[in-house]
Design a protein around this ligand. Sequence first.
Ligand code: NAD
Length: 260
Amino acid sequence: MLKGKAALVTGSTSGIGLGIAEAFAKEGAHIVLNGLGRPDDIEALRARIAGEFRVTVRYDGADMTRPDTIESMMRKAVAEFGAVDVLVNNAGIQHVAPVDEFPPEQWNAIIAINLVASFHTIRLALPAMKKRKWGRIINIASAHALVASPYKSAYVAAKHGVAGLTKAVALEVAEQGITVNAICPGYVRTPLVEKQIPDTAKARGITEEQVVRDVLLAAQSTRQFVTIGQVASLARYLASDDAASITGAILPVDGGWTAH
Ligand code: NAD
């Protein structure tokens, strides 16, 4: 379905981004991986995806806090493939703390990686998409793009920002064959979530088991974690021609969390 197209997924060395990159490679897309990690592990990942799905897989270590490295990654990808046909803004970090104790450098990093980086990738991807009159931009936001939780002020602000960016850009490019949507997962058991369990326990003065039961899964009516595969399936659909009329949409995959 995506045969011959090029997809760039930020933050695809782990978790949801990796799942989306693999789902797109399975559909025949060439892939640009991005994210942090040990060089040996990343090379093994790159080679495995390329071998398994017989597509070109590149890796670019652009740091999403640095517009200069984002710019060079996007320019290289457009030069090699002619366009980044499918752009997935997925890289993200989290920090959990009361707002009056929130370290300013963590606030800045969360806004830079979870929100500002998407502005840069989008502005650099659009000219080639417009030339091809086809493009798909998929922003991995969060249920926190729609509702808030305490102690996550930077993340909630960034993700609400992503929802606004998604809608504004969708309107700008709607007549040019380009769709822009946001996927809003509930809790998915990735390293990002594992890391925040002890911090949330500390911030709320409860045990880690209570965090999983009474904080994370309490929000989701299904009482189940969302799976990476479920998020990747929606991304694959949004990237398809069948989804041409879905744009500017903020789509929850959250087990009923935001229905409350
Ligand atoms: P993860 O920690 O498994 O993956 C995050 C990815 O971002 C990694 O590849 C990491 O290397 C990369 N990254 C972090 N800082 C970076 C930087 N400075 N430059 C480049 N890459 C960087 O987390 P995940 O849960 O898979 O999260 C992926 C996205 O999904 C994030 O935007 C997150 O906010 C969102 N999300 C996750 C959940 C969840 O419950 N896991 C829920 C809703 C939304």
